[in-house]
Design a protein around this ligand. Structure first.
Ligand SMILES: Cc1cc2nc3c(=O)[nH]c(=O)nc-3n(C[C@H](O)[C@H](O)[C@H](O)COP(=O)(O)OP(=O)(O)OC[C@H]3O[C@@H](n4cnc5c(N)ncnc54)[C@H](O)[C@@H]3O)c2cc1C
Length: 452
């Protein structure tokens, strides 16, 4: 039941750029319509589990719909592996419910605390992008509540323009109420994982170029503090779900057994400055040395392989009260020099960052603001420190000149003119958005900041 409260302070996962809005819990379309009827002049935006890093799920002075109460499973077809769910359900819950039945989410982010609505609105990608594409490619249809209160069922074969504006459209076309998602059949809840340590960036990129097609899932963790010859040294982990007959005998009894638990939580008392170049370099060194030089077919659980950070609750507090920025960009194949230059600037800047994550993307999709496109993508956390803005502005220019782009779900600061150059289908998105929401009822801090 929708209930208006007084404005609350909202941030994304990076804990920067807080603004105040009225947060309204909604559990279905009637609640959403009630909010639209009495909405504030500053408009409305949906919010899932707030795992986007910046201001995408914020709306200063306006209304924000808390979708997490709309989390029911509406239909399951075990024969086809399709599930119909409300948009506020999390990937965590989907895994708990469906892994024991032999179904895994088609795409997962590095955290499982993401709603289906948030996964579609950001068109999230995972370690299997080179094989399976991004989340929206596994959505048969979704129900979208529009600014005028009507509901439109859209999909790749049904009102495709509105579907592809919504996939990656950051909640700006309407409220996703429900979706039908094609899950991935699995025989066990274990992965067979290969690990390779690579001494520098060149060897990593060539290993990925030569052999990535052999694996369903793949990701490299890069040491962003290492410089000189060791710049870009990494630990590459790649794998696939094990078949039941590949498990040791004791695990074959209950191959789909799944459990996930948050083991430790970070207190909200981390002083600024705890993370500095020395502490981060020591951590990265330890982490690199501990990884096997080469290992094959190691069995790993789903949480260990996909969501290692979820084992530590509220780990974003480790960056202290000033918060942090996540910077994620992609450059096309053939622009490896731009990737190298970016890494050089990051490691030379002394902006302490834990490990960065590098991935090789496959083909993109028709999503007008969908982020993945063929090339290399790098994501790293950077604590908010003096001089950061200059470093990141410079990286934006480097990325745009190389024909690349940054990821909206991670962004809180890119310049609008650079953003326009990064997303050539932005005008097509604006056209669709104007058709379905001429008055701009759905809006957010991100939308205002970038004049979307
Ligand atoms: C540790 C960590 C790791 C991550 N790893 C990855 C990764 O590997 N790959 C990746 O792609 N992303 C990754 N992300 C980003 C995350 O997947 C996206 O930001 C995702 O959108 C978050 O979902 P959410 O439910 O928290 O949505 P929110 O952050 O609450 O909202 C994100 C956007 O979705 C919109 N939205 C939410 N629900 C609805 C709805 N029902 N209808 C319409 N719009 C809606 C919001 O308006 C907003 O624009 C990661 C984030 C974290 C914190």
């Amino acid at each position: 039941m929708a209930e208006s409260g007084s404005p609350v302070r909202l941030t994304g996962w990076g804990r920067t750029a807080a603004t105040r809005a009225t947060l309204i819990p909604v559990s279905g379309e009637d609640d959403v319509r009630a909010v639209l009827d009495g909405r504030s002049a500053r408009g409305v935006v949906a919010r899932g589990l707030a795992r986007s890093y910046g201001d995408a799920a914020q709306n200063a002075g306006g209304d924000v719909l808390d979708m997490t109460g709309a989390d029911r499973v509406l239909d399951v077809d075990l024969a086809t592996g399709e599930v119909e769910v409300e948009a506020g359900i999390s990937l965590d819950r989907l895994m708990t419910l469906f892994v024991p039945l032999g179904l895994f989410v088609p795409v997962t982010a590095g955290t499982r605390y993401v709603t289906v609505g948030g996964a579609i609105a950001a068109d999230i990608h995972g370690k299997n992008h080179h094989r399976a594409g991004s989340f929206a490619q596994h959505v048969a249809w979704l129900d979208l509540l529009l600014a005028d209160g009507t509901i439109r069922r859209v999909g790749p074969d049904q009102d495709a323009d509105l579907f592809w504006a919504t996939a990656g459209g950051m909640g700006l076309t309407g409220v996703i109420l429900r979706a039908r998602v094609r899950m991935k059949p699995i025989e066990s809840a274990q992965l067979l994982v290969d690990t390779d340590r690579t001494p520098d960036l060149d060897s990593l990129l060539s290993l990925l170029t030569g052999t990535d097609h052999l694996y369903d899932y793949s990701v490299a963790w890069i040491d962003c503090v290492a410089r000189g010859r060791r710049m870009g040294r990494s630990v590459l982990t790649r794998g696939r779900f094990a078949r039941r007959d590949e498990l040791p005998a004791r695990r074959r009894v209950d191959p789909l057994r799944y459990s996930s638990a948050v083991t430790v939580s970070v207190p909200d008392v981390f002083p600024p400055g705890l993370l500095n170049r020395a502490t981060v370099a020591a951590f990265n060194e330890l982490w690199y040395r501990r990884a096997p030089r080469q290992e094959r077919d190691r069995l790993q659980s789903i949480p260990r392989f996909f969501h290692p950070l979820d084992g530590v609750g509220d780990w974003n507090r480790v960056y202290g009260p000033r918060g942090f920025v996540q910077y994620q960009f992609t450059v096309p194949f053939g622009q490896e020099e731009a990737m190298r230059a970016a890494l050089e600037r990051i490691s030379d800047s002394g902006s302490a960052s834990f490990l960065a994550v590098l991935k090789r993307f496959g083909d993109g999709n028709p999503g007008m603001l969908s982020y993945p496109s063929p090339g290399w993508t790098l994501a790293l956390d950077v604590p908010v420190v003096a001089g950061l803005a200059g470093l990141l502005d410079g990286l934006d220019r480097l990325v745009v000149d190389a024909g690349g782009r940054i990821y909206l779900a991670k962004d809180s600061r890119v310049r609008p003119d650079l953003f326009e150059r990064m997303y050539p289908r932005l005008e097509a998105f604006r056209t669709v958005r104007t058709q379905v929401d001429p008055r701009g009822v759905f809006t957010s801090d991100l939308a205002r900041r970038l004049s979307l």
